[in-house]
Design a protein around this ligand. Structure first.
Ligand code: GLC
Ligand code: CA
Length: 552
């Protein structure tokens, strides 16, 4: 089957637990999603990506799947999912699901069987290894988990260690076992047969491990084994097998690829025989940190722009970018790269900075409202396993208050507070008691208030997405960056057949002037979109002003 024209599309990501609670038990669900599909459609997006909705013990909030072919009872059931799918399709929205296949939950029946050992069919579904005699801890190798601590857990029953690149409750599947790959294909078919339009594939570049599982770099925490499991030896082959299934249905595949660079990415996403349509890369998510938000440094606009341009130039004419600034794994972008003081302007300037690049925009729930980080008063109130592990890891380095500050700034829980719909009780998210803290700024930042305000962040997103959609230069034009050395503005061009568009974004709390590139006469520029009603003059910018200007 033919693939849809995914290149013109934009995507809205739902992290269901915090999106909208339809039945009043305090947990977001598919009833709530159903009611909000019109809202999603009104943004001007073309597709919805659901973070996992499957049954899960929630050790990693859905990314530990215990049944691939069902819906978590907290969220509804398969019937309700079908209703959501049909309604989304009727509205012209595609639906893609998260395919989490690097690991399962330790409560998945495959793992329960596998840990019993013996000669059963599930014996080699995971990475089981004997303890290493005489070595400290006796673990099979020195790899650490992405969530800190050793990547191996001893299982008494089987008398062996199993590998988990993430939490203990997320054992890695042994993709080298052809039976496991057949299982994955049948999971894909299950959803594709139902009418799902594609997948976002979780840490997909980790699924092929180096055969010998050699020791990693001993002094490097968290990612020491990475050279032996990232972009591994059989990755392309396995992805090609999955691709064949997806293509039977014309399905879209977007792969999450942590720490993958342009060169590696092109192996997956370039050309007609590509194995993925886009990758979710992480380069631009480290403009204020090293590798993870927990290793913070002051925000550097130049680092951000270098990352943007590296991918824009690197994929030009060869492949298509996935554009994003937020998802469920990162704190809120206004609080990181923007300015909470200039909330409205910086949220919209950030939008302009990425939505008009070449690629498909992804918008994470609440980002379109300018939702900010939450600052919970104690570590106990945070729920994310990765945040707790990092908090513990820093215990020898810094005192409690400092570690809490670190969590407040860096935790992915900031992206997981309930969606702010109204200024009413619980931000309109639930008529029950929300499962997680609501950000106290919901009285000012909420969809209802922004709906009524033409200059809101929400309405800016709508205008921006509509503009992109109807404009050939913004969809397919060539990207070029200007003023790369500037520490206060980001300027890029999209050059189409009949027009040139210049996007200029201030990243500063102060007003500034700028020079237009040589062949851009100021008087001929036409303002297509701006975020400051009092601004809009080519050559000067108010604090956090964004201008989208056109020359014919
Ligand atoms: C991906 C997910 C993240 C999860 C991890 C392990 O990075 O986006 O939420 O914790 O994989 O599944
Ligand atoms: Ca509910």
């Amino acid at each position: 089957m033919e693939q849809p024209d995914f290149r013109s599309m934009s995507f809205y990501q739902i992290w269901i637990r915090s999106f909208c609670d339809g039945n009043g038990d305090g947990i977001g669900d598919l009833y709530g999603v159903y009611d909000k599909l019109d809202y999603i459609k009104s943004l001007g997006v073309d597709a919805v990506w659901f973070s996992p909705i499957y049954p899960s013990p929630n050790a990693d909030y859905g990314y530990d799947v215990s049944d691939y072919e069902n819906v978590h009872p907290d969220y509804g059931d398969l019937e309700q999912f079908r209703r959501v799918l049909d309604r989304a399709h009727a509205l012209g929205l595609k639906v893609i699901l998260d395919l989490v296949i690097n690991h399962t939950s330790d409560e998945h029946p495959w793992f329960l069987e596998s840990r019993r050992g013996g000669e059963g069919p599930y014996r080699d579904y995971y990475f089981w290894r004997d303890p290493r005699k005489g070595k400290k801890g006796k673990r099979p190798n020195n790899w650490t988990s992405q969530f800190t601590g050793p990547a191996w857990e001893y299982d008494e029953g089987r008398g062996q260690y199993y590998l988990h690149l993430f939490a203990k409750k997320q054992p890695d599947l042994n993709m080298d076992n052809p039976k496991v790959r057949e299982e994955i294909k049948s999971v894909m078919r299950f959803w594709l047969d139902m009418g799902v339009d594609g997948f976002r594939e979780d840490v997909i570049t980790f699924i092929s491990k180096h055969e010998k599982l050699p020791n990693g770099i001993p002094w490097l925490p968290v990612i020491n084994g990475m050279p032996y499991y990232k972009d591994g030896p059989n990755l392309l082959r396995y992805l090609r097998e999955f691709r064949a299934v997806a293509l039977e249905y014309g399905a879209i595949q977007i792969g999450e690829a942590p720490m993958t660079g342009v060169k590696e990415a092109l192996r997956y996403v370039a050309g007609e025989d590509r194995v993925l349509d886009m990758v979710i890369q992480f380069d631009h998510m480290t403009a204020d940190c090293f590798y993870t938000e927990f290793l913070h440094h002051p925000f550097s606009l130049r680092k951000l722009k270098r990352a943007f341009s590296r991918w824009q130039y690197g994929l030009a004419g060869k492949a298509w970018n996935a554009l994003y600034l937020e998802n469920h794994d990162h704190p809120r972008v206004v609080s990181r790269y923007g300015s909470e003081r200039y909330l409205r302007q910086s949220a919209t300037a950030l939008a302009a900075a990425y939505l008009f690049q070449q690629g498909c925009p992804f918008i994470y729930q609440g980002q379109e409202l300018g939702m900010t980080n939450v600052r919970l008063p104690s570590i106990e109130e945070y729920l994310d396993v990765a945040s707790h592990n990092l908090y513990r890891m820093f215990r020898h380095v810094s005192p409690e208050e400092k570690r809490l500050l670190r969590v407040q700034r860096s935790s992915r829980d900031s992206a997981r507070t309930p969606m702010q719909w109204t200024k009413g009780p619980n931000a309109g998210f639930s008529r029950g008691k929300p499962w997680f803290a609501v950000n106290e700024n919901y009285r000012e930042i909420n969809a209802e208030a922004e709906e009524a305000d033409p200059d809101s962040v929400l309405n800016f997103y709508r205008r921006a997405l509509a503009l992109r959609k109807g404009n050939e230069a913004l969809l397919r034009g060539e990207y070029r960056e200007y003023e790369p050395q500037s520490r206060t503005l980001y300027m890029y061009e999209r050059r189409g057949e009949t027009q040139r568009i210049l996007v200029v974004c201030s990243f500063s709390d102060r007003a500034q002037t700028y020079s237009l590139p040589p062949d851009y006469p100021a008087e001929a520029g036409e303002l297509l979109l701006g975020n400051c009603p009092e601004g809009g003059r080519a050559g000067s910018l108010l604090p956090w002003e964004a201008q989208v200007l056109r020359w014919r």
